[in-house]
Write a protein that binds this ligand. Structure first.
Ligand code: 13P
Ligand code: SF4
Length: 314
């Protein structure tokens, strides 16, 4: 990627502020390339939660979506946690309101509640264990057989783990509009057009897409797979922001973003793209928007995040 003059100047100013503030910039793989370039750590949800937990910074600047920065604040109540755009929410997280989830839970009083990190602090407070797409399988495997499991809010990730482990789970019917938008017909058409390419997919995709994938895994697992696989071409069924890092790690390989279904053309996360270099600079300069969380809610939600980190040590 070429950097223009305006970008160069912002890079310079951000780097100065970073030193002045003793700030750590975290960015998700789905953000735009220039944000990934300026970040100290680029990762998937689990890597970023771990980085937020253990660091020496006074300020965490989180270029991702709201639940990610909120998780960082839950883990670091005394640090200033900033977001370039506090309106960058996650529609999947927002599709699971706490009052409705509480009623849902009441129907299964014996069940253990495992929820995807893509959820609000109020949902985490109602959960026993948080998970990400990287460690969901590892966590579910540790729950004794016979124990009922509620899994939310992503029905596709829950369904994938349930099929893989032959473990029945009670699923909240939420989904990520980005991954759920890939359709079997268009994916198969792309596979016919690129017969040498391997289809790789994120478990937030629908079952009929995952069924055709040579490899299914979290954003980080997909990235690692493209490095280790002998294939030279990949059709990538996840948010296309990850293609930047895939191409960087394997410059000679070809990465084809999985095609969008024209009837449902939403396979880019517009919320992640709300993080711009300008907003990142402004948020550091103005020390806002800042993530603020009520202390009672923070303590109530901390347990399920800590449990996840304990159950899946590095
Ligand atoms: P991972 O970062 O766990 O791959 O999850 C993808 C995602 O949709 C993040 O919002
Ligand atoms: Fe939420 Fe999906 Fe965007 Fe991830 S990609 S932040 S799950 S809407």
């Amino acid at each position: 990627m070429t950097r223009d003059f305006a970008h160069e100047e912002l890079f310079r100013r951000i780097s100065l502020l970073k030193k002045e503030m003793n700030a750590l910039i975290l960015a998700h793989y789905y953000t735009v390339p220039e944000i990934q370039q300026v970040a100290d750590i680029v990762g998937d949800s689990l890597a970023l939660a771990r980085a937020a937990e253990k660091n020496e910074a006074d300020v965490i600047v989180f270029a991702g979506v709201y639940f990610m920065a909120e998780t960082a604040k839950i883990l670091n109540p005394r640090k200033l946690v900033l977001m370039p755009d506090a309106y960058a929410g996650c529609p999947l997280a927002d599709s699971c309101p706490a009052d409705e989830f509480k009623q849902f839970k009441k129907q299964y009083p014996e069940a253990i509640v495992v929820t995807y990190i893509n959820s609000t602090a109020a949902i985490k407070a109602l959960s026993d264990i948080t998970c990400t797409s990287s460690n969901a399988e590892q966590i579910i495997r540790q729950i004794p057989a016979g124990k009922q499991i509620i899994f939310g809010p992503d029905r596709n990730l829950g369904g994938y783990i349930s099929r893989k482990l032959h473990r029945e789970m009670i699923l909240w019917q939420g989904y990520c509009y980005v991954h759920d938008a890939f359709s079997e017909n268009y994916i198969l058409k792309a596979c016919r057009e690129h017969p040498d390419a391997e289809l790789i997919a994120h478990p937030e995709c629908r079952e009929e897409v995952l069924r055709h994938a040579a490899f299914t895994g979290s954003t980080k697992a997909l990235l690692d797979y493209t490095v280790s696989s002998s294939a030279e071409q990949f059709i990538v069924a996840t948010e296309p922001g990850i293609l930047y890092e895939m191409q960087k790690r394997s410059p000679r390989k070809t990465f084809i973003p999985a095609p969008k279904d024209p009837d449902n053309p939403f396979s880019v996360c517009t919320q992640m793209k709300q993080n711009t270099l300008e907003k990142l600079y402004e948020c550091m300069l103005n020390r806002k928007p800042e993530i603020v969380i009520d202390e009672t809610l923070r303590l109530a939600s901390l347990g399920s995040i800590r449990k996840m980190l304990e159950m899946t040590p590095v």
